[in-house]
Design a binder for this molecule. Structure first.
Ligand code: 6GU
Length: 225
């Protein structure tokens, strides 16, 4: 999978060198490139934003610069993700869907967001005909300073679903019920008693069927809350 992220703060993406995502890049399962939007500015001040038509507080990211970057990065079969708190809320189902894409572009807006014509432009039929899909996505109902952290969250959730990224692929099979609205059961490890609190007896029983049943019940209890 190829991932491009466009931002005015490339440093936000340094954690992608760590852990499983870092490994996946070394192993050529993943190819992540971070692009600095300011590199595409042509004025002396490298300005990326301007005041909103119609007035109001804050600044809006200019469409021309975004057009230059996105024209550069766009290829057939691309999912363009525009990060905005007003977007469709990201969930495990969307992560599954996007994990099947060959190319993701994350457009990280700052200020009051990106001029709305950018998403409109790449949503036109001529792009759709090339397999280019545009989605405005939010990671939850709160406001962040920009899309960078949201892009990181999405990249982590999506890329761990790619074959070969997780150390133990059984972890994926076991958690597949998350998508059905269930949370996971509680987990315990050694010691058997910690600060006076024991581990549920059933987990020490060796009775695998009974353990599986107990775990399903506990997961269902959590989901009810
Ligand atoms: Cl994608 N962007 C911003 N600025 N705030 C958010 C968000 C995105 N998702 C939730 N809050």
């Amino acid at each position: 999978m190829k991932i491009d992220a466009v931002t005015i703060f490339p440093e936000y993406f340094s954690p992608l060198q760590l852990s499983l995502i870092g490994k996946a890049q070394e192993n050529d399962i993943l190819d992540i490139a971070i692009h600095n939007l300011r590199d595409y500015t042509e004025d002396n001040h490298h300005s990326v934003d301007d005041t909103p038509y119609g007035g109001g507080a804050g600044m809006v990211m200019k469409p021309e610069i975004w057009g230059l970057v996105l024209d550069d990065l766009m290829i057939p079969e691309t999912d363009l993700i525009i990060l905005t708190p007003a977007g469709e809320v990201f969930d495990q189902r969307m992560a599954e869907e996007l994990s099947k894409s060959s190319h993701l572009i994350f457009a990280c807006g700052r200020y009051e967001g990106i001029d709305a014509r950018v998403g409109q432009y790449y949503s036109q039929d001529e792009f759709a005909a090339q397999g280019i899909r545009v989605r405005e996505v939010s990671i939850g109902n709160y406001v962040l300073g920009g899309g960078e952290v949201a892009a990181l969250v999405m990249i982590e959730a999506i890329t761990r679903l790619l074959p070969g990224v997780l150390g133990n692929p059984d972890s994926l099979a076991e958690e597949s019920h998350v998508e059905d609205g269930f949370l996971e059961y509680p987990n315990f490890t050694k010691p058997q008693t910690w600060r006076g609190i024991g581990v549920p007896e059933i987990l020490l029983s060796g009775n695998h069927a009974a353990i599986a049943k107990w775990r399903r019940e506990e997961a269902a209890k959590k989901a009810e809350k």
